[in-house]
Design a protein around this ligand. Structure first.
Ligand code: ZN
Length: 138
């Protein structure tokens, strides 16, 4: 299974020492072949030569679980389901749910934008953050 082809305009070089660091749509990024069991795409910055995953800096980076499953979990949580029920429905551990939500909290802006792009309504995204914050064990 191949992941969706990334839109290069939405990425920028993550290397702070690169002249094109944080520049979007600068034409410096090229797409590399997908890697790993989830066929994650790699991008390469022509300016500094750095290669990085399209999932870098996202809640999904280095997760072993397919991102569809994580999104399904977030969807259930936004419905008000408990972490326990969500975990049971998806066949994962409750610890995983806790880990994903903790990670989500480190990437609020990214995930909010990501879910918007998936077509989530604003009210649902708001509900998701509400429930995550409410249930989160700090
Ligand atoms: Zn670069």
């Amino acid at each position: 299974m191949e992941g969706e082809k990334p839109n290069l305009e939405k990425y920028s070089c993550p290397n702070p020492k690169c002249p094109d660091f944080g520049v979007f749509g600068g034409g410096n990024l090229v797409l590399h072949a997908p890697y790993g069991t989830q066929r994650t795409y790699l991008l390469r910055c022509k300016t500094c030569g750095r290669t990085f995953s399209v999932l870098r800096g996202t809640p999904f980076f280095k997760l072993r679980t397919p991102k569809d499953t994580v999104i399904k979990a977030f969807w259930q949580i936004s419905e008000g389901y408990s972490f326990r029920k969500t975990a049971r429905d998806l066949g994962v551990s409750e610890d995983s749910i806790t880990r994903w939500t903790n990670r989500a909290c480190e990437h609020v802006d990214f995930l909010t934008q990501y879910l918007e792009e998936l077509g989530w309504e604003e009210a649902r995204i708001t509900a998701l953050w509400f429930y995550i914050k409410k249930r989160r064990k700090v």
